[in-house]
Design a protein around this ligand. Structure first.
Ligand SMILES: Cc1cc2nc3c(=O)[nH]c(=O)nc-3n(C[C@H](O)[C@H](O)[C@H](O)COP(=O)(O)OP(=O)(O)OC[C@H]3O[C@@H](n4cnc5c(N)ncnc54)[C@H](O)[C@@H]3O)c2cc1C
Length: 477
């Protein structure tokens, strides 16, 4: 009788699980090793949070709409999958972002969107921050760095300390909320934006740090002229389709719509895991990758390691929704000729941000249409998600009417709900992560990956998935 091949089971078919599968397969191929690989996902489509909806000539992103180009891992994966020609920059002609504050949309000066001001003078005239607030921002020059560089400070505490409450409320907080859907009073600076702590420690303050960085020659590793965020021409779903095609042609067993309900461990060295599906089927595995949200991994690990399970369960998640609205172009006021706007928490709204998608990526609609995407909910603002879809659309239409005078009815709307979708790297995250990684060592052949740990953005998920995939292949000797 033939000895069965070793078997790896990856639970979770989001970008983390799929990039793990690909890196694992390619590493095995390089050394000519044959190992069975199964990827399982409970949903009816692959990609997890990455979901592109094509309808009536519209390309609507349900979850992420782009990724940071400066982090190379997503671009590299696109290249590996032959998708480089599909990468698309933002339309720089409209590269302006606004902030709704004190009853008005005010332009955020160029560069501040990435937290590094390139034209500080424009801040004086934007009306975004009062003169007193700007004066307080300047005090950053004189404020000494924190004496305990390892102190796990919240984003709010750091920025209020350095640039003052007003700049934090009107500038930093809304930009952070847009990325993490989080509460900056809870999020850890070290775990989310460590480079600001580095600037403070190395140069003595943010202004000094930014000036020192600006005087350094800029180098782009690839020499490419990418915008800060890039996407794929047909939507980010194209990346998932290409990944699925590749891992399938590499021989993976792909199982959709199958929820893993239990993970059993045996004490044998091979086939040490039984992956139990909700339909009762059981898969024997030599290695298991949990590429699931931390709260799912927590549940699966509970019978085997109470402490690890508790650590995983301590990672909080925020819920959000995106509401996309397509309009006839003539029905959209011209007041927002940019990528969209953010809204500070202080304004007391459940709308975090609105993106003028078709100005950012011109191919997202048919000619003479405008696509707007509203982002609602997030930590502390989740009550709005109790609305049904119709009420959610009415809520964002009400806000768009009040903020930009957009009163006409949209020609198409689509709501995507993302319950417990955004892991929150709260203070203590890095210590928790270290303990999680230590506990992982207690198991032979068990791996944890996903947005909950080392970065929530797509490039970070790919970097981690790829690292785990290679480690997994090496573990077979
Ligand atoms: C609305 C929104 C907008 C975002 N915008 C951006 C952006 O513009 N740029 C960016 O870089 N990032 C963005 N992000 C973050 C990024 O999309 C995610 O962090 C990333 O896609 C997470 O990938 P993942 O594979 O780790 O997790 P997921 O995509 O959550 O995948 C986990 C998978 O596990 C499956 N699963 C769960 N339980 C089980 C089970 N018991 N059995 C089997 N399968 C199971 C799920 O079905 C899911 O498919 C956004 C996220 C959201 C929600």
């Amino acid at each position: 009788m033939e000895t069965p091949l070793p078997h790896v089971v990856i639970i979770g078919g989001g970008i983390s699980g799929l990039s793990t599968a690909l890196a694992f397969q390619e590493a095995c191929q390089q050394v000519g090793r044959s190992i069975d690989c199964t990827v399982i996902d409970s949903q009816q489509q692959w990609g997890g949070k990455i979901l592109t909806h094509h309808v009536q000539g519209l390309i609507i992103e349900g979850g992420p709409d782009s990724f940071l180009s400066i982090k190379p891992w997503a671009r590299d994966l696109c290249e590996q999958l032959g998708l480089s020609h599909q990468l698309m920059n933002t339309n720089e002609e409209h590269n302006r972002t606004f902030c709704f504050t004190r009853g008005k949309l005010r332009e955020i000066p160029q560069g501040l969107v990435s937290f590094i001001p390139t034209r500080v003078s424009s801040l004086f005239f934007s009306g975004l921050i009062s003169w007193g607030g700007i004066f307080r921002m300047g005090a950053d020059w004189f404020i000494p760095p924190l004496r305990q560089p390892d102190y796990d400070e919240s984003l709010a505490s750091f920025f209020c300390r350095r640039v003052g409450q007003e700049a934090f409320d009107r500038l930093i907080e809304p930009l952070v909320a847009g990325i993490y859907a989080g509460d900056a009073r809870e999020l850890s600076l070290k775990a989310t934006f460590p480079r600001f702590r580095e600037l403070e420690q190395k140069y003595g303050g943010l202004i000094k740090g930014v000036l020192a960085q600006r005087s350094k020659p800029k180098s782009s590793p690839s020499g490419s002229k990418s915008s800060m965020f890039v996407t794929l021409r047909g939507g980010l779903g194209t990346l998932i389709d290409a990944l699925i095609q590749r891992v399938e042609s590499n021989g993976a067993d792909l199982r959709l719509g199958q929820q893993v309900s239990d993970l059993q461990m045996t004490n044998t060295t091979s086939n040490g895991y039984n992956v139990v599906l909700q339909n009762g089927e059981m898969l024997k595995a030599d290695r298991v990758v949990l590429a699931t949200p931390a709260y799912v991994s927590s549940k699966l690990m509970k019978p085997h390691h109470e402490f690890l399970s508790n650590l995983l369960g301590q990672i909080p998640y925020a819920s959000t929704a995106t509401v996309s609205l397509a309009y006839r172009a003539e029905d959209v006021p011209k007041s927002v000729q940019g990528f969209g706007f953010v809204i500070p928490r202080k304004e007391g709204k459940s709308l975090i941000a609105a993106t003028w998608t078709s100005l950012k990526w011109p191919n997202r609609t048919q000619p003479n249409q405008t696509l707007v995407r509203c982002y609602v909910g997030g930590a502390g603002r989740e009550a709005v998600l109790d609305y049904d879809d119709g009420a959610l659309v009415n809520y964002v239409r009400g806000e768009l009417s009040a903020i930009v005078g957009m009163t006409q009815a949209p020609i198409y709307t689509k709501v995507f709900r993302w319950e417990r979708s955004m892991p929150q790297y709260t203070c203590g995250h890095l210590d928790r992560l270290q303990q999680i990684r230590e506990c992982e060592q207690d198991f032979n052949g068990l791996y944890l990956t996903g947005a909950a740990y080392e970065g929530i953005g797509i490039p970070d998920c790919i970097r981690e998935g790829t690292r785990i995939g290679k480690e997994l292949a090496e573990s077979f000797g």
